[in-house]
Ligand binder design. Structure first.
Ligand code: CUA
Length: 315
């Protein structure tokens, strides 16, 4: 019987293992804090898997061994009462297991939550909005939905929200951190190598919560410097339209959940467009309530050149 149970367990776990991640295990960690979260996950998984196999195995063994075997259903088994040694054992062992798990988690916790001291840390503010992410870099540059950082350096994130509660989460680079209106949260990561790491807002924040995807693009230091010095600024209007407006209005402003605005004269009225982007209207959130004049101008220019009346190369 035990062999049968063991075979079943092997078959079940083999399927999961063959599916690589399978959704049961953390993503491969690419930051020290994410690695500590994964380690913690596997330690707890080890304890719980062993307990599961033990309990379910005994259940099957006992169900077999103490089956009725033709006795009348009304016959009682032997009555056992007050087995002190057994009660001490099944109290002390779980306490020790929980203490071991708790001790391990508290040992790992500081390395997960606290950014390591680094003189060359990059400080970025993450602004969560309905329904996009805005990143503010130390030199005043902005980007939308894509956070560009140098690989190998500590990135210290200040996480805020001007509207509702969102949650920043790039699984390969660490745990979730909530973006809460009126509160400033902090998290960090250090991408171990250049690459693109994807994530998603992890807090139901409204209708287009699912559209709040984010990417961290880890680059070489030189590429990062170029990005914040020139690339981000050059692409700002485009990224604002495609990352913010197009979520509801479509990539060419031709409509989606939000109304078609490609031919709306408001698009080329600077004051009107600025007002609606800053303050929202009807079901449209105040997407640009924190935008600088420069950001607003970038959108106005982009929309005028690329979206209004299906201007060439729109989107
Ligand atoms: Cu923002 Cu869900």
């Amino acid at each position: 019987m035990l062999v049968f149970v063991a075979c079943c367990a092997v078959l079940v776990t083999a399927g999961v293992a063959a599916a690589a991640n399978g959704g049961f295990t953390p993503e491969t960690a690419h930051s020290p804090n994410a690695a500590r979260i994964s380690t913690t996950y596997y330690v707890i998984l080890g304890f719980t898997a062993a307990i599961f196999v033990l309990v379910e195995g005994l259940l099957v063994v006992f169900a077999w061994k103490y089956r009725s075997g033709g006795r009348a259903r009304s016959v009682d088994g032997d009555q056992v009462h007050g087995h002190t040694r057994l009660e001490v054992i099944w109290t002390v062992i779980p306490v020790l297991i929980l203490a071991a798990i708790g001790g391990f988690v508290f040992y790992k916790l500081p390395g997960i939550s606290d950014a390591p001291a680094a003189t060359d840390a990059v400080h970025v503010t993450v602004e969560a909005h309905q329904y996009y992410w805005q990143f503010n870099y130390p030199n005043g540059a902005h980007s939308i939905n894509d956070l560009v950082v140098p690989a190998g350096r500590v990135v210290d994130l200040t996480v805020v929200s001007p509207d509702v509660i969102h949650s920043w989460w790039i699984p390969a680079l660490g745990g979730k951190i909530q973006a809460i209106p009126g509160k400033t949260n902090h998290t960090w990561f250090r991408a171990d190598k250049p690459g693109t790491y994807v994530g998603q807002c992890a807090e139901l924040c409204g209708l287009y919560h699912a559209a709040m995807r984010a990417r961290v693009i880890a680059t070489t230091p030189a590429e990062y410097e170029t990005f914040i010095a020139t690339t981000a600024k050059a692409g700002l209007g485009r990224s604002e339209f495609t990352g913010v407006c197009a979520t509801c209005h479509g990539m060419r402003g031709e409509g989606g959940y939000g109304p078609n605005l490609a031919s709306n004269p408001l698009l080329i009225q600077t004051a009107g467009l600025t007002g609606i982007v800053r303050n929202g209207r009807g079901k449209m959130p105040a997407v640009g309530d924190t935008w600088t004049a420069e950001q607003m101008q970038a959108l106005v220019s982009y929309v005028r050149a690329h979206v209004y009346k299906g201007a060439p190369s729109g989107g």
